[in-house]
Design a protein around this ligand. Sequence first.
Ligand code: MN
Ligand code: MN
Length: 300
Amino acid sequence: MLPFAGIPSFVRAALVSLDAEWNSDVGVLGVPFDIALGYRPGARFAPRAIREASLRFSLTREGLYDFREDRTRLASLRICDAGDVDLPSLEPEIARERIESGARELRAKVRLPIFLGGDHSVSHPVLRAFDDIEELHVVQIDAHLDFTDERNGTRYSNSSAFRRATEDLPNLKQITTLGLRGLRFDKEAVEAARRRGHTLVPMWEMDDLDLVAEKLPRDKSVYLSFDVDAFDPSVFPATSSPEVDGLSYASAVHLVQAVAKHNTVVGFDLVEMTPHLDPSGNSALLASRLILEFLMAVFS
Ligand code: MN
Ligand code: MN
């Protein structure tokens, strides 16, 4: 199938409904929700943009020949695309309930669920669906901490996702945040995260990625949350809240591979992509390929 033909699903995975009976190694679920953004809207269009861009990498039963390693990858991987959570245009409480129940339904069917945001607030209801895991660790790759208690009277914005998640999930033991930078930090949030024992790795300590990898959890059940504003805006302009001096694509892949290599990844999300801010479509290409690199690392 040529990339411009047919109905887009992620890497041309089989299109399925969450209501139907099926199971798979990997399941993809879009969460087109962006009313919790504090700045530029549009992340609701990201799941579709990622699917569209991912058609460059159609995944068949023959897998993908990886020239770097001279071997075929992801052959026979069973992957299904369950479409998007059906969301109300307002009523965020209802949206959160539907996101959580969609995540639960997906988890019941697949070994590795992949969530396509949406803004970062969606990670909170998604994480609520992981309440059965005895000791859950989160690795958050993000320019921002997203641990703000409240901003302008709002407690469920994209800046508060992990604060709310830690309150709701007694099993959420540790959060490791990589790529922090910018000049708009909430002091109370930083102090609260430090008090809780989070590992905070600012961008200026990330020149040596092997040293960073040593700070990652080992042999844990990890939920990996990738906020695309971790990327440098020059390589990924399609995001609501860009911060200068971020990750290269190669560094992002390196980090994602390190997380997958040393842990059992139980879930993954990619959030905060605002496709229309990059008319070239290159950001969507990076997003879809990063997810594919992550899958290659998990199913190595
Ligand atoms: Mn974030
Ligand atoms: Mn961010």
